[in-house]
Design a protein around this ligand. Structure first.
Ligand SMILES: CC(C)(COP(=O)(O)OP(=O)(O)OC[C@H]1O[C@@H](n2cnc3c(N)ncnc32)[C@H](O)[C@@H]1OP(=O)(O)O)[C@@H](O)C(=O)NCCC(=O)NCCS
Length: 188
């Protein structure tokens, strides 16, 4: 059985969060990873940030299969600085499907759900980076080619803050400015 769940970080059950951590680790392995420490760190962050509006707006999209988290995406608000002034966008990150379940439509389901909630986020645009643009193009996103910087880089670097090859927005016909864009913090 598979079921899509929309969850908030303010109320997510530790068991779901543990499953998300396991899926993220299976997708992007980190040598320092420790499941229980990572869960504990999240629960402590939640205690501290529960009343912060941006934390309250974090959304998780997961699909459970046989009691494990098989697919995941997260969205949260970010204010970027464009040549026309500050713009709040919806950041999309952490899109992944368990390696043994890829190609079965689960990735499409979590991303389509996140995109479908776009109007409810109060922002006109969802912004993200990716190495698989074709997957997102099928869902209505398109590549953008602005110069990006992080104006809050601790050492003042103006290097491209994204690490994936493509930067994309959804919807493809949404309002997207030309010119340089300051992510006003690290990329996601
Ligand atoms: C990318 C990923 C999330 C796709 O999930 P998935 O469940 O395998 O994909 P789906 O089965 O839902 O595919 C939906 C459609 O996208 C296509 N697609 C899937 N992966 C694709 C890729 N890498 N490139 C281009 N198209 C792709 C599928 O063929 C399918 O097309 P269709 O609509 O014509 O049938 C998954 O492969 C994954 O977790 N990869 C590793 C982590 C990663 O790269 N995440 C993206 C970070 S931005």
């Amino acid at each position: 059985m598979t079921a899509l769940k929309r969850l908030r970080d303010t109320t997510i059950e530790p068991t779901h969060y543990r499953g998300i951590l396991q899926l993220l680790q299976a997708t992007w392995p980190s040598q320092e990873f420790n499941l229980e420490n990572a869960l504990q760190a999240f629960l402590e962050e939640r205690t501290v940030r529960r009343s912060v509006p941006d934390f309250q707006r974090r959304r998780r999209y997961i699909i459970m299969t046989d009691d494990r988290v098989a697919a995941h995406a997260i969205t949260f608000p970010r204010t970027i600085l464009t040549t026309g002034g500050p713009v709040e966008v919806t950041a999309l990150a952490g899109v992944c499907v368990a390696p043994d379940l890829r190609g079965g439509g689960l990735g499409r389901q979590v991303v389509a759900a996140a995109f479908a909630d776009q109007p409810e986020t109060g922002t006109a645009i969802c912004l993200f980076q990716t190495g698989v643009p074709g997957f997102y193009r099928r869902l209505g996103a398109t590549e953008v080619h602005n110069t990006f910087i992080n104006g809050r880089h601790p050492e003042g670097s103006i290097a491209n803050p994204w690490w994936d090859e493509w930067v994309m927005v959804f919807p493809a016909d949404g309002p997207w400015p030309a010119g340089r864009i300051d992510l006003n913090g690290p990329a996601w």
